[in-house]
Design a protein around this ligand. Structure first.
Ligand SMILES: C[S@@+](CC[C@H](N)C(=O)[O-])C[C@H]1O[C@@H](n2cnc3c(N)ncnc32)[C@H](O)[C@@H]1O
Length: 357
């Protein structure tokens, strides 16, 4: 007789252990974010065992704060402490996943999102009680935080891996076409494409002035002449047959009116045009997500940002877990009759829909 596999719950930690770890890690992640933003992890990378004062000097930071931070990191098991010399060292295995050189594998870069969400805690509690939602202005760190996340992806993968998912588009971009990015945020995707494909013309729209200002500033600093950025509510795009290629990067699931945006994108394409919808890949069926490594993070961001910003504008509050049948239905409803869904292994938790009319 073979023994059945223990149920997943039995394989999990005892609740008291799980909660102790959760609460400690929840506090610690705030300081991981500060370690990332202040450059402490980068300063520690490759440094021999050093005193708090030496580390503070290397990072150009205040010694008293650095010493307290090191206490948390040592007790949290991230930094090693030698009590005989009172020195600290960042083990290389942690440096590999906490420093800038880790690129998109830099887990510390995710930590500032926690601080951004914590700032709206009171508003979200009110939403739980009375419904409604939040405003983008409730998240002063949103543009910076979002830009840092997506910039790593665009720098690494946009040209070599993402665009080739859309058959034929790289050749067309080389020859010169009109491109629209909806919900462009701080515009890095457009600026990367515009620099690589000087014969094409690129337009980016976003609701937020601060994001558009950042997009224009970067375009100007790069000396690009083929970009246009405009602050605009894309619930009504107002274009007919003006573009050959349209993109959205993480900007459908948090729209107030995603159906209107998708229909507007479909209308804005010329015959033969193509739309790349890159967005959160969490299924609309909870059961599909339950064991995914980043699913708790995705549902938390959704509850405290993506869903409430949509509801706050009177929208439908789709949330991050919209992928699969629901996303395909929305794309079909907008008029996209030919949709191919890519789930590349190099971008966990993300879907790339290549859509044609
Ligand atoms: C999750 S962010 C993604 C930004 C950018 N695509 C990136 O990957 O960095 C979604 C963006 O959609 C924008 N957005 C949301 N609703 C919008 C609307 N109705 N019109 C224009 N932009 C909107 C937000 O301001 C935000 O910059």
């Amino acid at each position: 007789m073979t023994c059945p596999d223990p149920a997943p719950e039995q394989r999990r930690e005892a609740p008291t252990d799980r909660m102790l770890r959760l609460i400690n890690d929840g506090f610690l992640v705030l300081l991981v974010g500060i370690g990332h933003r202040t450059g402490l992890f980068d300063a520690l990378d490759g440094m021999p065992p050093s005193s708090a004062a030496g580390i503070a000097t290397a990072a150009g930071l205040n010694e008293r704060y650095v010493r307290e931070w090191l206490g948390a990191m040592a007790c949290g098991g991230i930094v090693e402490h030698d009590p005989t010399t009172d020195t600290f060292v960042l083990p290389s295995a942690y440096a590999d996943v906490l420093t800038t050189r880790a690129g998109p594998r830099n887990a510390a870069a995710l930590a500032p999102i926690v601080a951004m969400l914590a700032a709206v805690d009171d508003r979200i509690v009110e939403c739980f009680r009375h419904g409604g939602g939040t405003e983008y202005s409730d998240y002063p760190a949103f543009v910076r935080t979002m830009s840092e996340q997506s910039r790593m992806l665009f720098d690494l993968a946009l040209i070599p891996a993402i665009l080739p998912l859309v058959e034929g588009v790289v050749d067309r971009l080389e020859r010169g076409i009109d491109v629209l990015d909806v919900g462009c945020g701080s515009g890095h995707a457009i600026n990367v494409m515009a620099a690589r494909f000087p014969r094409s013309a690129f337009v980016g729209y976003d609701l937020l002035d601060t994001a558009i200002d950042a997009a224009r500033a970067e375009s100007q600093a790069l000396g690009l002449t083929n970009t246009t950025f405009e602050q605009r509510d894309t619930a009504d795009l107002g274009h007919d047959s003006a573009f050959d290629f349209a993109t959205t990067f993480s900007s459908i699931h948090d729209q107030a009116f995603p159906r209107r945006v998708l229909a507007g994108i479909a209308r804005s394409l010329r015959p033969g045009g193509v739309y790349l919808c890159a967005d959160a890949g969490y299924s609309c069926h909870l059961g599909d997500n339950i064991d995914l490594p980043y699913a708790p993070l995705a549902y938390t961001i959704s509850t405290m940002h993506c869903m409430p910003v949509s509801l706050g504008l009177g929208g439908e509050g789709l949330g991050e877990a919209w992928a699969g049948p629901q996303a395909l239905d929305l794309l079909a409803e907008a008029g996209f009759g030919d949709v191919i869904r890519h789930t590349p292994p190099w971008h966990e938790g993300f879907d790339y829909y290549v859509c044609r009319i």
